[in-house]
Design a protein around this ligand. Structure first.
Ligand code: NAP
Length: 510
């Protein structure tokens, strides 16, 4: 389909400049300006479509980060003093800009990370929807009135409990939803009257720069939102910065631990790795289960924290289930993600595809039966199905983050639960059954943040809260939930005695 070129509408012309070789150089967004890194260095952004350089991006350094945090700190009062309804109106305006320029956003996602263009508009719509639901977030910025006379210690007093902004929120995002995930941190942070410094993934930084431009055009006060592009260590500097009150991180468990180590003493929200097991029991609707498991494993080429990354099917129905799965697999055509008929594009880079293929080879060496796919070329990994995967295979335990369905034939419900329990991850799981009591029993037994019954897990726009247990994280994200993690409680205690309203304790008789 020819060379890969980023083309954007006029509203984005301020945020980049074409270099002599025609490659656009994007600026960082600090203190309301589109700026170069202080030492003038950039890094090349390569697309997984063909490995070519599609952009140059600022390699920000410690002093740029310092500038961004200072701007955020100094300008937080601007957002704090703005009436909350104005913050909502800004979100509405951003939603309008995102919708009007949806193609620019969707194409950028596809070029940056290789997601099929048939899927990328869904992420853009999700952002617009997230913005539309801002009012739901704002309902959580309320407090409580607590009468004190229920305790002898506080008789005569009342308290009002307020939710206040933490100040500066540091948001660190992964590559796999480059527009939605950082936006889902920025939106509640700003609604809660915080200012924000975002460090997007250096594999996919441009989507967030476009989003910052939308906020700028929507009239967000200068310095309230800052986007610092550059290597991973900027995330740790952000987490360690004394003027950052809260870190909202989404990414791998390993990097999340590093962020937590640097962010000691701060409010932390960690959305980390996942390994969603789909348990298919012998009374399940097998057609439905197979269709859902395939879609749940292959959407976004499996690069989802909530992807179905192993199916534990009861052996008595396994043959029929596998047959149903194979009916769907051929639909997932791998190819150039810019072609609207492509269902699956490349992974984010060649190393990612090689890592996934290493897991497939390991599973086959240990006795799994390869039913479909199994190969990779450059960053493109074939949609792959493995049957009779043994428990010794690494793919059963490690996060796959690629388009593979490993199928394990289990004896019974208990066997499936034992496997799920052994996992270090606890983000999502699915159970397919038509028996209410088994549904309930399995859902209660699984140690995960979210169990989906008769569908594949998907966090979507975040209308339902989600988050991890075990090594999958800390805290809950979602509409109305993220904002609670970005606010601190302040209690104001009133002594009502001077008003003559103090309560009197009864006199005790012996
Ligand atoms: P990653 O490698 O952990 O990177 C995440 C972010 O951390 C990037 O911005 C990265 O910057 C930055 N970073 C790298 N090294 C750092 C350091 N030493 N200190 C602070 N920040 C650092 O994750 P990814 O590969 O982009 O994303 C995939 C992972 O995210 C998977 O594990 C997936 O399960 C997880 N995820 C979880 C959820 C959830 O809701 N739980 C949702 C989506 C994704 P650079 O890119 O510049 O290195």
């Amino acid at each position: 389909m020819g060379s890969v070129v980023i083309k954007l509408g006029r509203i984005f012309s301020e945020i980049y400049e074409e270099g002599p070789d025609g490659v656009p150089e994007f600026r960082a967004f600090i203190d309301g300006s589109w700026t170069r890194s202080s030492d003038g260095t950039t890094f090349d952004l390569r697309t997984p479509i063909d490995g070519s350089v599609i952009a140059r991006v600022q390699r920000c350094n410690e002093s740029d980060l310092e500038r961004a945090v200072r701007a955020a700190k100094e300008n937080q009062r601007k957002i704090r003093s703005l009436a909350a309804i104005d913050r909502i109106e800004i979100m509405e305006e951003v939603a309008r800009i995102v919708r009007n320029h949806a193609e620019d956003f969707a194409r950028t996602i596809t070029l940056e990370m290789g997601r099929a263009i048939s899927e990328s508009p869904g992420e853009v719509r999700a952002v617009a929807e997230r913005l539309r639901l801002a009012m739901e977030d704002s309902r959580k910025v309320s407090g409580e009135y607590i009468p004190g006379d229920w305790s002898p210690d506080t008789v005569g007093k009342v308290a009002i409990v307020l939710r206040e902004p933490v100040g500066v929120v540091g948001a660190i995002g992964p590559f796999n939803y480059p527009l939605f995930i950082p936006s889902a941190k920025v939106i509640p942070a700003i609604l809660g009257a915080n200012s924000v410094v975002v460090k997007p993934s250096s594999s996919t930084p441009i989507s967030m720069l476009l989003m910052a431009r939308a906020f700028q055009l929507a009239g967000l006060p200068e310095g309230v939102l800052n986007v610092v592009t550059g290597p991973g260590y900027l995330g740790s500097l952000l987490a360690a910065h004394k003027d950052v009150g809260m870190i909202s991180f989404t990414g791998s468990t390993e990097v999340g631990r590093e962020v937590a180590r640097h962010g000691v003493g701060k409010m932390l929200h960690l959305e980390l790795g996942g390994k969603a097991y789909a348990i298919v029991l012998d009374d399940a609707d097998l057609k439905l289960s197979a269709a859902k498991c395939v879609e749940g494993a292959f959407r976004n080429a499996g690069q989802r924290c909530d992807a179905v990354s192993a199916v534990l099917v009861q052996e008595s129905v396994a043959d029929e289930f596998v047959e149903e799965v194979m009916k769907h697999v051929a639909e997932w055509r791998l190819g150039d993600p810019r072609d609207p008929s492509t269902k699956m594009g490349p992974l984010v880079n060649e190393q990612a595809a090689e890592r996934v293929n290493g897991l497939v080879r390991d599973a086959v060496e240990k006795g799994s039966v390869l039913l479909h796919g199994g190969e990779r070329e450059r960053a493109y990994h074939q949609p792959t199905v493995l049957d009779r995967v043994p428990e010794s295979a690494k793919i059963l335990w490690e996060e796959t983050f690629g388009p593979v369905i490993p199928i394990v034939r289990v004896r019974d419900e208990e066997h499936a639960l034992q496997i799920a329990e052994r996992s270090r991850y606890g983000l999502d799981a699915a159970v397919f059954t038509n028996n209410f009591y088994r549904m309930w029993r399995v859902a209660k037994a699984l140690r995960v943040g979210e169990v989906t019954v008769n569908d594949y897990p998907r966090h979507g726009v975040g209308f339902f809260p989600f988050g991890g247990v075990k090594d999958s994280g800390l805290g809950r994200e979602g509409i109305g939930y993220s904002i609670e993690e970005m606010m601190v409680i302040k209690t104001i205690v009133f002594n009502l005695e001077p008003a003559g309203l103090g309560k009197v304790r009864r006199t005790r008789t012996a």
